[in-house]
Design a protein around this ligand. Structure first.
Ligand SMILES: C[S@@+](CC[C@H](N)C(=O)[O-])C[C@H]1O[C@@H](n2cnc3c(N)ncnc32)[C@H](O)[C@@H]1O
Length: 201
């Protein structure tokens, strides 16, 4: 099973809250692609950050497209659609957020995420190496702890594809240990130093 958990990268979530959402909220619709989402804690953490910032009404304008290779058929789509997660994946969520968006499930030690958050996220099986996006005009693309599984040339091509299908001024986030390859560094402006957050040039 792929390794992931809720609120895995707090600095990245805070950078999205502080730099990305204030820009994207000006748009009528907000489309986010979480590429390599595993079984859902990352897209659901993003959804919670957007819901907190946009409020109930603004949040209805957004959609998160969560995709993964799901190579070993772990049924990520089914897990995401159920929205029920074990305690070890939710224990790092700030307490106030946890109380607001999770409720205990019948199964001891498991928690269910709020319907409002679940409705914003849809899953598709997708291989980034096809270089075909799941749609265009994304305001934000998040691809974390995935690119390291690709070769250098695949990585460059995937990031070029992300760049092409971001809206003008759209954002891209990857993990802190993943540096932007030199040959495509000119495509983006880096927004923060503590998070690999980039704006499309
Ligand atoms: C370690 S998990 C990262 C999950 C989440 N992004 C996070 O950071 O918590 C890596 C995920 O990348 C997915 N992955 C690897 N290669 C991929 C590809 N070519 N296309 C789409 N997903 C891929 C794997 O299936 C796995 O679920």
């Amino acid at each position: 099973m792929a390794f992931t958990f809720f609120f895995r990268d707090l600095p990245a979530l805070h950078a999205i809250r502080d730099h990305v959402i204030p820009e994207l909220r000006r748009h009528r619709y907000i489309n986010v692609w979480d590429a390599g989402c595993a079984m859902g804690p990352e897209p659901y953490s993003l959804a919670i950050i957007f819901r907190e910032a946009l409020g109930c009404y603004g949040f209805k304008r957004m959609k998160i497209y969560a995709t993964d290779l799901d190579e070993e058929s772990h049924q990520f789509g089914k897990i995401i659609a159920e929205g029920i997660y074990p305690e070890e994946t939710v224990k790092r969520i700030p307490k106030d957020i946890f109380r607001k968006y999770f409720s205990p499930n019948n199964r001891p030690g498991y928690f269910k995420i709020a319907d409002e958050i679940m409705q914003c996220v849809s899953f598709q099986k997708h291989d980034l190496r096809t270089l075909k996006p799941v749609r265009d005009n994304f305001g934000l693309i998040v691809c974390k702890n995935v690119l390291l599984h690709l070769s250098e040339s695949e990585r460059v091509n995937v990031i070029k594809m992300f760049h092409k299908f971001l809206m003008p001024g759209g954002f891209f986030v990857t993990e802190q240990t993943q540096k932007m390859p030199n040959q495509i560094v000119h495509l983006f402006k880096q927004i923060t130093t503590n998070v690999q957050l980039f704006e499309k040039r």
